[in-house]
Design a protein around this ligand. Structure first.
Ligand code: ZN
Length: 95
């Protein structure tokens, strides 16, 4: 499944709810899910981490739907096979 197909799935499942919640409300959910991912990472529970990674992508997709961003296009535009800063793959930026 491509990122665009996943975003389309999130649109099909949740757009009617995401639009009611609005940009700020959907953004706040994304932030909550990132926070939960951080908490899961501290538990060392791989199952919980997987679930939270899925939630982060799902909520980022929902937010992108509400604001009309094609997430696949946006990410490939910036990360098109090389580091956007140093232009190398793998990245050679100073650590
Ligand atoms: Zn780099």
């Amino acid at each position: 499944m491509h990122m665009r197909e996943f975003q389309q799935l999130m649109k099909q499942l949740y757009l009617h709810r995401d639009e009611k919640r609005g940009i700020k409300g959907t953004y706040n959910w994304l932030v909550d899910e990132v926070q939960e991912l951080g908490e899961a990472l501290e538990t060392n529970n791989q199952e919980a981490v997987m679930n939270e990674c899925a939630d982060v992508i799902a909520w980022l997709s929902s937010l992108s739907n509400v604001i009309g961003i094609d997430l696949e296009r946006a990410t490939l535009r910036k990360y098109n096979g090389k580091c956007p800063k140093c232009q190398f793959s793998p990245c050679k930026c100073e650590f």
